[in-house]
Design a protein around this ligand. Sequence first.
Ligand SMILES: [Zn+2]
Length: 402
Amino acid sequence: MTTLVPDLDLDRRGVQRGVAVSMQDGHIVAVGPPPEHAPIEELPGLALVPGFWNNHCHAFQRDLRGRTEQAGGDFWSWRAAMYELAARLEPDSVHDVARRCYRELVAAGYTAVSEFHYLHHRSTGLPYADPNAMAKAVVEAAEDVGIRITLLLVAYERDGHARFRDPDVATYLDRLEALSDWVEDRPLADVGAAPHSVRAVGREWLEAIAKSPFTPVSIHVDEQPREIEECIAEHGCRPIELLDRVGLLRPDVGVVHATHADGAELALVAAAGSNVCVCPTTEADLADGPVPTEALLESGVDLTIGSDSNVVVDPLAELREIELSARRATGRRGVVPLTVLLDAAWPFDVTAGAPADLVAFDLNHPSIAGIDDADLAAGLVFSGTPAAFTATWVAGRRVFGR
Ligand SMILES: [Zn+2]
């Protein structure tokens, strides 16, 4: 058993001082007064918070940093540059960039990542000897770093690059089943299904994936207006209405972006208990549009956050931008209750039974020094920086420290 004794714990319930956090076999087993006869690790001047959940990530896109910012154009021209990068990667180079990305994620306080992975086959489109070689290279990078990973194996039927596509949905589901078997004895790894978007996947594939046993499911939706126009032309309805018709709105489904979703679509997502994953730093970088914060709040949908293209890796920036989008649009402050932001960041509190996924931050860091306990959560979200994070534990193991 390992027992951490920080100055304070902070989670969705607020600040608790004078408590120690004991961890064993990957879980928190006790939170309370420090044990008298067990070894403890004192963390003077530090606070402990739950690990942040990164629910949408394309690790390889980290290698686009700086390269497209001055090129002009729009989302579609950025995508052309991204495809050029995607065409060049091989299992060893995708492992390398994923490891660099995940090292940065744990240093920024993320302890779990949902990796939306579509670099499947050789650049010619032919499969590798092991058709899941690329996905396995990414999972192994996560294991090297020690971050939890849900490898969302992407289904890609049409358009895009040849290496993204499988010839039919049965072949895709076979690959997913093989990958699911492969991760079974890997404690930090899990898999899920991910139809890329209604642009890249037609109705038959969506229905087959909805009927398959694989969960969770994640899909890009309503990121750009053109996708909505094309969906209406092809299916006679908007993208989220299509998901509803094919059985892909359920509690285990994450809808990524929803930047241009209308109120009726968001009401469907909320009624189904699906979540919306917003990625504000990427959505700003790609000129997708602001987070539709007021409409999301009105619908009552659950929110999650993602680092997406990894142009910035900073969960605090993603969270504060949900509120700041609304402030810019409305001229009002405090639009989003802080509890909504903390729920989007943290799937659990620092309590017995929760995974031992924790982050320490320096209460004396210049960005947050001098903030009262009652204001600390808001101070962290609106003024904090990952530079204040000094250590990260995943399943009780220290995976980052400075
Ligand atoms: Zn994405």
